[in-house]
Design a protein around this ligand. Structure first.
Ligand SMILES: NC(=O)c1ccc[n+]([C@@H]2O[C@H](COP(=O)([O-])OP(=O)(O)OC[C@H]3O[C@@H](n4cnc5c(N)ncnc54)[C@H](O)[C@@H]3O)[C@@H](O)[C@H]2O)c1
Length: 361
């Protein structure tokens, strides 16, 4: 078996790049990631809207966006908007989705799609009934280390995957985001959902979810869980672990992932988590028989570079008539894994994914 692999991880130029984007919500992530990534790629942003008009005007001025809309309805109905990029808080998003669908526009929703599974299903159904595409901004799938690992696994670099781990131990100033601090559901819903979805993109859907959640002794005023361990079990009996702690204030930060297989191991780091929000490029190495046989180098970062992925994919999907990779219905299991994790932690038992989705093994 050869060991010199060239994983595909760059976000390729897509069809439909001339489609015009309107953005609803002009907060931190739009300013720090959506717009820098879209600007670097030369995408056409024609309008923005935020209930905070001053913020919308400041963002429009900074990023040379020609129009500040007076309402979500006005933005969605504009003839110079083909795609609506929604970036409001997760409990506001269900109010915006029907407005965009009624205007007949395709949309990219922020993650999490909703705070609970049933609301996520309702959002997907509204878009499907209107005949528009709804994609979810699970951009970690396009983060270089994850995208490369997925491609290497698909190329057979590990043989059959037998186990996976994502382990993150960092200090995150969660109290700085008021809405995150107040949320009763925190790590799994808002943070680990990235890891759970990235694992889905490589390993598929688990059958069982087992999760234990804790609150760090000194985390006040932060409400939700900040220390979590989640185990996913797959149909063939293999396991994946996602372990996080946001209160490592004493040691080196670490954010590592591993995929073990019958013929090798991939070990990498998630650069963003070493210095949020600046981050650094991911690392990734292939090991066989205890020795590193290949190291892969990346020159992009999760934030902002990976944010081009879901938008670019949606544009290509619209232009070529296919479903987006993160189409709403395909992303419902990501939401279901989170819901199963909360049920598991609350009831101290393993939960079948089918208990949440109503179908499957
Ligand atoms: N890596 C990631 O994928 C990532 C990272 C950070 C945040 N997010 C997600 O992005 C979303 C926004 O997060 P943020 O940190 O930018 O929050 P934020 O609070 O900075 O921004 C939210 C914006 O929405 C506006 N808003 C509220 N209600 C509105 C409405 N009805 N219509 C229009 N605008 C409205 C607010 O005025 C605010 O400007 C959240 O869902 C969050 O989970 C994703």
């Amino acid at each position: 078996m050869g060991s010199h692999y060239q994983p595909r991880w760059r976000i390729e130029a897509a069809a439909g790049r001339d489609l015009r984007i309107g953005i609803i919500g002009c907060g931190g992530i739009v300013q720090g990631a959506h717009l820098p990534a879209y600007r670097a790629a030369g995408l056409d942003i024609t309008a923005v809207f935020d209930v905070d008009e001053q913020k919308a005007r400041a963002v429009a001025a900074e990023f040379s966006i020609p129009h500040v809309a007076a309402s979500a309805e006005e933005l969605a109905r504009r003839p110079d908007v083909d795609i609506v990029d929604i970036a409001v808080l997760p409990w506001v998003q269900p109010q915006i989705v029907p407005i965009v669908a009624a205007a007949g526009k395709h949309m990219l929703c922020q993650k999490p799609l909703a705070m609970d599974y049933a609301t996520g299903v309702a959002e997907v159904e509204v878009a499907e009934a209107a005949g528009v595409l709804l994609a979810v901004n699970h951009q970690m799938r396009w983060d270089a280390g994850i995208a490369a690992a997925r491609d290497l696994v698909a190329q057979g670099a590990l043989g059959t995957v037998t186990e996976a781990q994502v382990q993150v131990s960092v200090s995150t100033p969660l109290h700085l985001w008021a809405w995150i601090a107040e949320s009763p559901h925190l790590d799994i819903k808002i943070h680990s959902t990235h890891y759970l979805d990235a694992l889905r993109s490589i390993l598929g859907d688990p059958v069982w979810v087992t999760s234990v959640h804790g609150r760090y002794p000194e985390q006040a005023p932060v409400q939700g869980e900040t220390v979590t361990k989640t185990i996913l079990e797959y149909p063939d009996g293999h396991q994946a672990l996602v372990a996080t702690n946001h209160y490592n204030q004493h040691g080196e930060p670490s954010a590592e992932f591993r995929f073990l297989g019958t013929e090798g191991m991939l070990a990498g780091t998630i650069g963003l988590m070493y210095d949020y929000p600046n981050g650094r490029p991911d690392t990734l190495s292939l090991y066989r028989d205890g020795a590193q046989v290949q190291a892969f180098e990346f020159d992009t970062r999760w934030l902002p570079d990976a944010f081009l992925g879901p938008m670019s994919d949606l544009m290509d999907a619209i232009a070529t008539g296919r479903a987006p990779l993160t189409a709403g219905r395909q992303m419902l299991p990501t939401l279901a894994i989170g819901e199963a994790a909360y049920r598991s932690a609350e009831e101290r038992r393993s939960v079948r994914l089918s208990e949440i989705t109503g179908s499957g093994p």
